[in-house]
Design a protein around this ligand. Structure first.
Ligand code: GH3
Ligand code: MG
Ligand code: MG
Length: 338
């Protein structure tokens, strides 16, 4: 729950990207969050964790936490905050939070924090991240004591199974270099979306994105510079398509993929074009050198018919990528199947 749409959508995307069997529900204010918790519990659905923004438009984060705890006192709740001071952390833990996560940390660290809380531990930010102007040794001792006490208490209802699953999924679904979903993850996702598109007669789109003359980047600047370039392509792809792509991933080597579901074709094309042009003008800094890179994109979209097959859609996207390369690279070729 966070009123900051970008942050909320981003975190949701990451969580769904790492755990196949995880469903993320989003709310942009306290009332929405309470409604979701109430509804899920009424439906008998287990909630593994609640991530609450501390600064909310309609209610104080701590008050909202108490309201949720009234519905289910055993629910692990993590408070997310842009501020990082000891007093606030202590206040949250005392009020029943299972963790206090500062928002200024990497996605990887945030996932690690969530995993820790899921395993029944209290998550406390790295002390170097905490602005402890006022604190002294004594405060730290109280803090450690409270954390230990709470941790022991929570170990009793540890959710080991979920933790193991999540950890396994994080390792086997995420591309180690770029941090975005890997081919296995994307392929499984495509199968799911395909079924849903077929059943609901909605549009599915697949874009295959390949870096142009990438070999030259390695040859000219070295393999490490090539790696940095791949990271930048992945980052920009995820960022510039975050509102339209259901998932992006690394398909292998210098090839990426984006999956679209139930979005108008023009919107998909606009999003991909935005990514293509932003990448073209991006200066990638590496050891005081500037690396330039472009991509060619093959897109295929369709509403699946009774006898259409997913592999034909992927094949068409691949064929279009080939055409984009032949057209001189740094462009998009797209097709629409009726
Ligand atoms: P085209 O425009 O036709 O796609 O040309 P290209 O040079 O991008 O394509 P080619 O397939 O000839 O070369 C791809 C290169 O990508 C070769 C390979 O060494 C490099 N590559 C693949 N994976 C990685 C990686 O993880 N890191 C780095 N640095 N290079 C990689
Ligand atoms: Mg290439
Ligand atoms: Mg290639």
């Amino acid at each position: 729950m966070d009123d900051h749409t970008l942050f909320r959508e981003g975190l949701s995307l990451v969580l769904q990207g790492v755990a196949d069997n995880c469903t993320v529900h989003q709310a942009e204010n306290g009332e929405g969050a309470l409604n979701i918790v109430e509804q899920l519990i009424a439906q008998g659905i287990d909630i593994d964790i609640v991530l609450l923004d501390y600064n909310l438009p309609d209610i104080d984060g701590i008050k909202l936490m108490s309201a949720i705890k009234k519905i289910d006192s055993s629910l692990p709740i993590a408070i997310l905050s842009g501020e990082n001071d000891n007093a606030l952390f202590l206040h949250c833990i005392e009020s029943g939070a299972s963790g206090f996560i500062t928002k200024n940390i990497s996605t990887e660290s945030m996932l690690a924090a969530i995993l820790k809380i899921l395993s029944g531990e209290i998550f406390k930010p790295d002390s170097s991240l905490i602005n402890d102007g006022e604190s002294d040794n004594n405060t730290n001792k109280i803090l450690d004591f409270k954390v230990n006490q709470k941790t022991e208490q929570m170990r009793l209802n540890m959710q080991n199974l979920l933790k193991t699953n999540l950890e396994l999924n994080v390792k086997s679904s995420i591309d180690a270099l770029t941090g975005i979903p890997n081919r296995r993850n994307v392929d499984e996702f495509i199968d799911d979306i395909w079924l849903s598109s077929k059943n609901n007669q909605t549009l599915i789109g697949i874009a295959i994105i390949d870096a142009d003359f990438f070999k030259k980047v390695n040859d000219k600047f070295g393999h490490e510079a090539g790696d940095v370039t791949l990271i930048e392509i992945a980052r920009l792809l995820a960022l510039s398509t975050q509102n339209i792509a259901s998932r992006v991933g690394r398909y292998g080597g210098e090839e990426f993929v984006a999956i679209f579901h139930d979005k108008p074709k023009q919107q998909i094309l606009d999003g991909l074009e935005k990514f293509r042009s932003e990448l073209e003008s991006l200066d990638i800094l590496y050891n005081e050198l500037i690396i330039k890179i472009t991509v060619s994109i093959g897109l295929a979209v369709m509403v699946p018919t009774e006898d259409s097959q997913i592999r034909n859609l992927v094949r068409l996207a691949d064929k279009n990528l080939y055409k984009a390369k032949e057209n001189g690279r740094n462009n998009i070729v797209g097709d629409y199947f009726e």
